[in-house]
Design a protein around this ligand. Structure first.
Ligand code: C2E
Ligand code: CA
Ligand code: CA
Length: 597
């Protein structure tokens, strides 16, 4: 820290204050030096003081009663502005100091010798001094010896102020040091960018550590650090801010000079960093522009980290900080937090149900449970706005548990009213892949007094289920226990019929995106018609989702689709309304769709 301060006197003093305030210097070491000095030089007493912004700190003392040093004492400040030591054999006889209240105070000072503590860059940060209540001669050889002691004390201070500021593995300055250095940049120095660099996937790093030991990992990082330093930006300070992650502060106008080359860094590192372990080195960088003063370095680091993750998430080798993306991410994180809170409190989340209707008879043969969230401040939020987010975290587990538990409760209510239609629930690949999921679901269903035929399972993301052995095994296990399986959103993404045979299913839901074009698009009609025919040939029951109008319904009737779901018959609704709808149907009031004549 001290070495870095250069000519900025105020910052240097402030940093000494900070060191003192934080107890950054180990007092024992200074006391030992003083003991040794007094003994070797046969001195009655000795003291080390340091200059701060608004005070002079007594760092250590031996046989001296002095408690406080006046900040503007001419005697104590003399070395600050002189080239060499001060040897004053009788203070009261010296016109420069005779009026100094320190000389005539509680601890009278007649003999005063001060040797400046001068840093490697030549700045005086304090002094080692000898104080005596009596005037007397001070031989030159003792001044020389004291000079040597002062050098040792300065080095001790410099070394100790560096401790905690250096990364133990790479010996590069660390994150604390980066924070301090960012703060010291001045407005007149122009604009800067803070760049963060990642070179290894941290999961992979732990794999290496597991097989080859931590020492090997550290040696790789050490080499990567030096590669960056020597071939990348020799003139810049490189900071090692966490395992395998580096940072540098660059003058903004130099950025373009480097950006073009970064694409090749991964390959060059791969060639140049040698290791006994199989290594796959990456190079990702994220940066943020800023103009000093940098009042809150951790926020700047956060922004650069956000940019770095944009790069890692596949948006290229190097990415700049993007405020709106960052804001969206923060918003989403807050939403996730709120969602977790809603789940925890069991408030705001509820289910609505959308009937599934047999096309030929217009009878309700089931209902799909769809999740809704009444956010405490943002109001009603649709599942598309929060479920995909929850899918990327473990929250989806809890969310699905909630849906299962509440579907079971609502199905029980239907049973009590003599209504026996199954409730369908939406389950994603992540849920299926969760260990013990089939048992968990089955237990919840049976504990609620229901049977497998009371619950139908809609598989979301069929493709991902097919790609995961665990998920696929889970679907098979559930079907074996008697749960009906539906494949959701068929016709979106990659829907290979042959592939489909690998997943056991009873019903296929043709996605709304195909159904919604039936009215207007001839090709969609050809596709849907042949899809239905093929699915029938393969013995599936076929459901068309998102049926919104009479014309669409007519086409589906013509193609002999089995079941329909959509706003034309009914939107998703609360259970009470569903019960009323089923009652009306049983009373014969709904032999046709609501707005059919
Ligand atoms: P999905 O499973 O395909 O659900 C059908 C979506 O289409 C529902 O939207 C439903 O309200 C909507 N819909 C039904 N009929 C029509 C129609 O005629 N026209 C139009 N335009 N839309 C119609 P919702 O409820 O917003 O759900 C969207 C997606 O969120 C669902 O798609 C499903 O993937 C997911 N989701 C909903 N609830 C759950 C849940 O409990 N668990 C999981 N994992 N995902 C859920
Ligand atoms: Ca569904
Ligand atoms: Ca769907």
């Amino acid at each position: 820290m001290l070495r870095k301060l250069g000519k900025d006197e105020e910052a240097r003093l402030a940093s000494l204050d900070a060191l003192e305030a934080l107890g950054g210097l180990n007092d024992d070491a200074f006391h030992n030096v003083l003991d040794m000095t007094c003994m070797l030089l046969d001195l009655p007493g000795c003291l080390i003081y340091l200059f701060g912004v608004q005070r002079i700190w007594i760092k250590a003392k031996k046989n001296i009663e002095l408690e406080v040093i006046h900040y503007d004492s001419p005697l104590f400040n003399f070395v600050r502005y002189s080239d060499g030591p001060l040897v004053c054999e009788d203070v009261l006889q010296d016109p420069r100091f005779a009026a100094d209240p320190m000389a005539t105070g509680k601890t009278p000072i007649r003999q005063f010798i001060a040797i400046p503590l001068r840093t490697a860059e030549g700045y005086v940060i304090g002094a080692v001094c000898v104080i005596n209540g009596e005037p007397g001669r001070f031989p030159e050889f003792k001044t020389d010896q004291l000079n040597n002691m002062a050098t040792i004390v300065t080095e001790l201070i410099e070394a100790q102020s560096e401790i905690g500021l250096v990364d133990a593995v790479t010996h590069f300055p660390n994150r604390q040091r980066l924070m301090g250095d960012l703060k010291q940049l001045l407005p007149e120095q122009g604009e800067f960018v803070l760049i963060l660099i990642d070179t290894l996937d941290i999961k992979y790093v732990y794999e290496i550590a597991r097989s080859f030991g931590m020492a090997e990992v550290e040696s790789v990082f050490h080499d990567i650090g030096h590669f960056l330093k020597t071939t990348f930006m020799n003139e810049q300070m490189i900071y090692a801010i966490s395992l395998g992650r580096f940072a540098l502060i660059l003058q903004a106008e130099k950025l373009n000079r480097y950006i073009g080359h970064m694409e090749n860094f991964a390959d060059r590192m791969q060639r140049e960093v040698r290791s006994i372990v199989p290594l796959k080195l990456d190079f990702y960088a994220g940066y943020v522009w800023f103009s000093p003063p940098c009042t809150h370095p951790p926020e700047l680091l956060r922004m650069a980290t956000s940019a770095l993750h944009d790069a890692i998430d596949g948006r290229g080798t190097i990415a700049a900080y993007n405020e709106s993306k960052d804001a969206t991410r923060k918003f989403n994180l807050n939403m996730l937090n709120d969602l977790a809170e809603s789940l925890n409190q069991q408030s705001g989340l509820y289910l609505v149900f959308q009937p599934k209707v047999i096309l030929a008879t217009r009878k309700i043969i089931g209902a799909e449970a769809l999740l809704r969230w009444q956010h405490p401040t943002l109001g009603e939020i649709q599942p598309d706005a929060f479920i995909p987010m929850a899918e990327s975290t473990s929250l989806i587990k809890l969310l699905t548990e909630f849906v299962i538990a509440h579907s079971v409760i609502e199905a029980q209510r239907l049973r009590q009213l003599g209504i026996t239609i199954p409730i369908s629930i939406n389950i994603s690949a992540n849920n299926f892949a969760e260990q013990g999921f089939a048992d968990k679901l089955d237990n919840l269903v049976r504990a609620g007094g229901l049977q497998p035929q009371d619950i139908e399972i809609e598989c979301l993301e069929t493709q991902r289920i097919l790609e995961s052995c665990e998920a696929l095994a889970c679907v098979k296990a559930l079907r074996q226990r008697g749960y009906a399986i539906a494949l959701d959103d068929f016709g979106t993404g990659y829907s290979n019929l042959n592939y489909l045979r690998n997943i056991p299913a009873d019903l296929i839901k043709i996605d709304r995106s195909l159904i919604e074009n039936l009215r207007t698009d001839h090709d969609s009609r050809v596709i849907v018609q042949s899809l239905i025919k093929m699915l029938h040939d393969l013995n599936y029951v076929v459901l068309a989702e998102g049926v919104e109008d009479r014309e669409t319904l007519n086409y589906l009737e013509q193609y002999q689709c089995d079941v329909i779901q959509g706003y034309f018959y009914s939107p998703p609704m609360k259970l009470e309304r569903l019960i009323a709808l089923i009652d009306a149907e049983q009373d014969g009031m709904l032999a046709s769709c609501p707005d059919e004549d």
